[in-house]
Design a protein around this ligand. Structure first.
Ligand code: MRU
Length: 366
């Protein structure tokens, strides 16, 4: 890729400030864990795998910077930082997965001393970044065969290099197919209210010289009736063990449209996005963001002053609307629950947090 989403710089974490794209390519240097947490909250960095990497680097930074030489107080400080990271954004499970990975290192190594723990935490954060890029490339490798020459591929939000350590999940599939010489059209939903599709997906595809057409979110159905879309590829923030998938708000509507028009709907995600502790998508926590993101755009009002608004940042697509999940271990097809269990040899002891079914009965053929 021609840019780096996030980089470890020893005494700081550098990230491409995604709030400024596409107008400016600006880098944000975070010199402490709280600055990293703030960057996640304010979406200077966003996308499920990317915020996992950022949280891990934030914890490593805290370990490097804390003055404490006593293992007990060092551990206490890091536990606080882990909590701070966990409270940034609730939906993407990759963040919690990365924090747990870092916490495990603290628990395993702190008896070997503060300096050793610092070293191991930095290594773990860098491993998470490196592994994420490798995983994305594998997802691309498995997914590329789904795209044929001449296809129209629609994506929603940004599940690209900007949303990951690099390369991307849904866009990783597009990059991999393009790299082997396939030629097809890419459509990017603009993705209200934050416009990740128009601002970020379009920007990064153009950086890689892949032509892309931006559409507003309400155009997808019409394009499908005209046969312009042959498949939909999206990323994910959390996948329950029955395959229900949380992703950017608007993904569910797109999945319903895809079902109606017989357009295959694929989710591309690393296995770190799976939350096998959840029996269904009903239990996935959905982030509610400030309504100002809906009523205003970059400070400019687009709705009457004082009007009520809603701003759920994600929705849940029921598994029945998903064709397959593309992971670094291969394609997972239906029945998801059975095939996920096979893939992970899931013990029956995994706690069930919630049972239930998402409504799908209004969907043709669901
Ligand atoms: O609110 P965002 O921009 O963090 O939402 C991002 C998405 O919904 C992505 O599709 C998802 O995180 C997958 S990124 C590979």
């Amino acid at each position: 890729m021609k840019f780096k989403t996030i980089e470890w710089k020893g005494n700081r974490v550098r990230m491409l400030d995604q709030r400024r794209l596409p107008q400016g390519v600006c880098y944000l240097d975070c010199r402490g864990a709280s600055a990293v947490a703030q960057a996640i909250r304010t979406m200077a960095i966003r996308g499920a795998p990317a915020i996992g990497v950022a949280a891990a680097m934030g914890i490593a930074l805290a370990a490097r910077k804390t003055l404490s030489h006593q293992p007990e107080s060092f551990v206490k400080t890091l536990e606080k930082v882990c909590d701070e990271m966990r409270q940034t954004r609730p939906t993407a499970v990759n963040l919690f997965w990365a924090v747990d990975r870092m916490k495990k290192i603290v628990d395993q190594v702190y008896t070997h001393g503060v300096d050793e723990t610092r070293k191991r935490l930095v290594k773990e954060a860098l491993d998470i970044l490196k592994e994420d890029i490798e995983i994305n490339r594998k997802i691309g490798g498995y997914g590329k065969r789904l795209i044929k020459n001449g296809d129209g591929v629609l994506t929603h939000c940004n599940a690209g290099a900007l949303a990951t350590g690099g390369y991307g999940t849904a866009l990783g599939v597009i990059y991999a197919a393009w790299a082997v010489g396939k030629r097809f059209r890419v459509f990017a939903d603009e993705t209200r209210p934050q416009l990740q599709g128009a601002r970020l997906t379009a920007w990064e595809l153009l950086q890689e010289k892949i032509p892309v057409t931006v559409i507003t979110d309400n155009m997808a159905g019409w394009l499908m009736t005209k046969g312009e879309i042959n498949l939909v590829l999206v990323g994910a923030d959390r996948i329950a063990r029955n395959g229900d998938t949380a992703n950017k708000i608007g993904t569910y509507s797109l999945a319903v449209l895809s079902k109606w028009h017989d357009v295959p709907f694929y989710v591309a995600a690393p296995t770190s996005t799976l939350d096998l502790t959840l029996s269904s998508g009903l239990a996935i926590p959905i982030e509610e963001r400030k309504t100002k993101e809906v009523t205003h755009f970059r400070g400019f009002p687009v709705a009457p002053k004082g009007v009520k608004a809603l701003n759920p940042a994600f929705d849940v697509t029921p598994h029945s609307l998903i064709h397959a999940i593309i992971t670094e271990k291969g394609l997972i097809r239906k029945p998801f629950q059975k095939n996920l269990r096979k893939m992970f040899a899931t013990p029956n002891s995994i706690p069930v947090r919630q049972t239930g079914k998402l409504r799908t009965r209004h969907c043709k053929g669901a």
